[in-house]
Write a protein that binds this ligand. Structure first.
Ligand SMILES: [Zn+2]
Length: 464
C-alpha cells in the first residue's frame, strides 16, 4: 500500500514538474516574441518594400528571394526553394464602371476584376442589370429574363454569424461560380457584391472559375464595393431599366515558374518525422497582403527563429513552408504534398496561419480523437495568454493536401475585422497590430513545441 502511494506521488510530481517546465517554456516563447520578435519587421519589409505578391508577378519573385535570404540568416539546418509552376493572371489597366442615373448623367462605382476573369470587349460592356440573391433565383428567372443582361449577385454576408469565415463561406459561391452559372442563361457580364460585412467603398478581389465553360462563351466578372452594391440595389428598385457600364483589361497569361520557400531544423530524435508550420507567400494585388497572408508567413518564420533564439532543439524535424499561389490555384500546397508523397516523407503535423494577423484565440484541428484529447490536456498552459478556442474543424488550404495519418491545424485569430480587409486595397501593413501579430507567433510556437515534445500519435502506432 505504502509503495503504491509513493509511486502515485512520484507520478504526480513528474506530471506537475512537466507542466511547470512547459509553462516556463511557453513563457519564454511569449517573452521572446513580444520583446525581441522579428515578425513585425519582416512583415514591414514584405508589405512596404515589396507589396502585393500575386502569383507569377515580379513582386512574388522578390518575396521568394527576400524570405529565402532571411531564412538563410537564421542558421537553420537546411533552406531551399521548391520549384512550382503557377498561373499568371494580370489585372492590366484599372477597371472602370458607372451606372446611368438619367440620360446623360452617370455615377462612377468602385469595382475590380475577379481573379481569373476575362477582360470586357474593347469599349466595355453596357447593359441592364438583373439582381439576384441565389443561384435558385437565377434558375427561376431563366434565359428569358437574363439573356443580354449583367447578373448582379447581391447576397450579403450574414451579420448574425459570429464566425465571419462562416459568413464568408455562405456567400463566396456567388464570386467563385457566379459567372459559370450566369453564362447558361445568356448573361453578358457578372457583378458580385464584395465579400465584406462592412459598408465601404473597397471592392474585394478573389478567385473565380468558369468551370468547363469554353473560352469563347466566357463573360467578364467583377466585384463591386458593398456601398456600390447597396446603391445599385436601391436604384434598381426605383427603375429596373438602369444601365450599368464596366470595362476591365485583365488577362490570363501562360503559367510561369515560381517557388515554395522552405527551411528546416532537423529533428534530434525523429529526423524523418516532419512537422510543418506555414502560410502563403502570394497575395492579391490590390493591397500589400499584410493580413492575407504576410502575417502567416512571418509568424511561421518566427516559430523557427524563436526555437533557435531560445536554444530549443526539437526532437522532430520542424519545417517552415511559405507556399506559393494559395490565392488563385493552390499550386504550391499541391506541389509540396506531391513531392512529400513521391519521396515518402512522413508528415506528422502541419499548422497553417492564414486567417489574418489579429489577436489569436486558439486553433482548429483536423485530427484523430486521441490527438485532440492530448491538445485538450494542454488547455491550461494556454490560459494565461487568453488562448481558449480548441475545436475540431478545418486547418488551412495549403496544408490540406497533406491530410493523412497526422494532425493538421490552423491558427484561429479573432475574425471580426478580417473581412474588412480581405483581398482589398486596405489589406495593408498599418492594419496589422504588432502585439497581436507577435502573440500569434508565440501561440504557434507553443503548440509546435508541445506536439514536438509529446509527439503525434499516428494510427499505425496506436494499432501496435
Ligand atoms: Zn490567405
Amino acid at each position: 500500500m505504502k509503495n503504491r502511494i509513493l509511486l502515485l506521488v512520484l507520478l504526480l510530481s513528474i506530471v506537475v514538474s512537466a507542466q511547470t517546465d512547459d509553462a516556463k517554456k511557453l513563457k519564454e516563447f511569449y517573452n521572446a516574441s513580444l520583446v525581441n520578435g522579428k515578425s513585425y519587421d519582416w512583415l514591414n519589409y514584405l508589405s512596404n518594400q515589396i507589396g502585393g505578391r500575386l502569383s507569377g508577378s515580379y513582386n512574388a519573385e522578390k518575396a521568394v528571394k527576400y524570405t529565402k535570404g532571411e531564412l538563410d540568416e537564421l542558421g537553420l539546418d537546411r533552406v531551399w526553394l521548391q520549384p512550382v509552376m503557377v498561373p499568371k493572371w494580370v489585372r492590366g489597366t484599372k477597371e472602370y464602371a458607372y451606372v446611368e442615373t438619367a440620360p446623360g448623367n452617370s455615377t462612377t462605382l468602385p469595382i475590380c476584376a475577379l481573379g481569373g476573369s476575362i477582360a470586357t470587349p474593347l469599349g466595355g460592356v453596357k447593359a441592364e442589370l438583373i439582381e439576384v440573391k441565389s443561384f435558385e433565383e437565377l434558375a427561376i428567372l431563366g434565359k428569358e429574363k437574363i439573356a443580354g443582361k449583367i447578373v448582379f449577385y447581391n447576397r450579403p454576408m450574414q451579420a448574425e454569424l459570429i464566425s465571419t469565415f462562416q459568413a464568408y463561406g455562405g456567400c463566396v459561391e456567388q464570386r467563385y461560380k457566379g459567372a459559370e452559372k450566369a453564362i447558361k442563361y445568356g448573361a453578358v457580364g457578372v457583378l458580385v457584391r464584395s465579400m465584406n460585412l462592412r459598408l465601404d467603398d473597397y471592392p474585394h478581389a478573389g478567385s473565380m472559375s468558369y468551370g468547363d465553360v469554353s473560352v469563347s462563351e466566357r463573360i467578364p466578372a467583377a466585384a463591386i464595393s458593398t456601398n456600390g452594391a447597396d446603391l445599385l440595389s436601391t436604384m434598381l428598385q426605383l427603375d429596373s431599366k438602369i444601365k450599368f457600364y464596366f470595362s476591365q483589361h485583365c488577362k490570363q497569361l501562360k503559367d510561369v515558374q515560381s517557388y515554395n520557400v522552405i527551411g528546416q531544423i532537423t529533428g534530434s530524435m525523429y529526423p524523418n518525422k516532419i512537422m510543418v508550420v506555414g502560410g502563403h507567400l502570394d497575395s492579391w494585388d490590390l493591397g500589400d497582403g499584410a493580413h492575407d497572408d504576410g502575417a502567416g508567413v512571418v509568424q511561421s518564420m518566427e516559430v523557427l527563429r524563436l526555437f533557435k533564439q531560445i536554444g530549443y532543439q526539437p526532437k522532430h524535424t520542424i519545417r517552415v513552408v511559405l507556399f506559393m499561389n494559395e490565392e488563385n490555384g493552390l499550386r504550391g500546397g499541391k506541389k509540396y504534398a506531391k513531392v512529400a508523397a513521391d519521396i515518402d516523407e512522413n508528415h506528422v503535423f502541419a499548422l497553417e496561419s492564414d486567417a489574418g494577423g489579429f489577436t489569436p484565440r486558439g486553433f482548429s484541428f483536423d485530427c484523430s480523437d486521441v490527438n485532440f484529447e492530448k491538445v485538450m490536456s494542454w488547455k491550461s498552459l494556454f490560459k494565461p495568454y487568453l488562448i481558449h478556442y480548441f475545436e475540431k474543424g478545418g486547418s488551412g488550404a495549403d496544408v490540406g493536401p497533406l491530410k493523412g495519418d497526422n494532425v493538421l491545424c490552423g491558427l484561429r485569430p479573432d475574425s471580426q475585422r478580417y473581412f474588412d480587409h480581405h483581398h482589398a486595397a486596405n489589406d495593408t501593413f498599418e492594419h496589422v497590430n504588432k502585439r497581436e501579430l507577435e502573440l500569434g507567433a508565440a501561440a504557434m510556437t507553443s503548440l509546435v513545441y508541445l506536439f514536438d515534445k509529446y509527439g503525434v500519435l499516428q494510427d499505425s502506432e496506436v494499432k501496435k
